[in-house]
Design a protein around this ligand. Sequence first.
Ligand code: PGA
Length: 249
Amino acid sequence: MTNKLYFIANWKMFGNLKSVNSIDNVKKLSKKKDFSKAKIIYCPPYTLLQEFVKKTKNTKIKIGAQNSHDEIDKGPFTGSISPKMIKNLGADYVILGHSENRENGENNFMINKKIKSALKAKLKIVFCFGEKLQERKKKKSNLIIKKQISHSLSKVSNFKNLIFAYEPVWSIGTGKVLKIEDLKKQFIDIKFIIKKICKIKEPKVLYGGSVNTSNIENLKKIKEINGFLIGGASQNSKKFIDIIKKTIN
Ligand code: PGA
């Protein structure tokens, strides 16, 4: 792996005010020289965003939200949060296109609108995509990935603030990960697809799906991976630190 490596903690619908303190150790480590190779981003639930922003002030750790509305600023959308509201809190990132939200009805067209609004609000995007198990079995992974990328990024031209995250749906929270040689091949294909569709030279593509303290030793061997989007294992700061250390050492 080259350049900076991303370690994005996706806390999903977990965490309370007490759990904010669990990042103290990560904060300490983030100041060490070795850790300058790691770009650490925490994406807690909305309810904890402000606490996280306060806690990570004057550190290199960045904060992101897990979703945002397609309307950039405000409107009569009960229960929704706009990208400007997120930016206003002091967060810099937002995860969009996560399969758990696609499951809840988000489609590529909606994700496209969300991405455009979030970029306008000057947020950085972590754009998720990936195939379902049936699609992989039918050897349709690349077809699905192409569709997700080209539709969700239609008429998007500013890729400076967009990171890609390949998350095979069947791998999220299941402990199942592709064989290393298959994942490497998939990453080579994905980078080729992105370069072609988005016309960018060096896309940053993260891997997400059951990353843990054991499989990281193998995953880090794949040079095409620019970092990890970590769900379950990121809620435990010891495990999260262990994953970062094992990757950068
Ligand atoms: P997981 O989740 O690490 O728990 O599989 C990853 C994600 O959904 O981003």
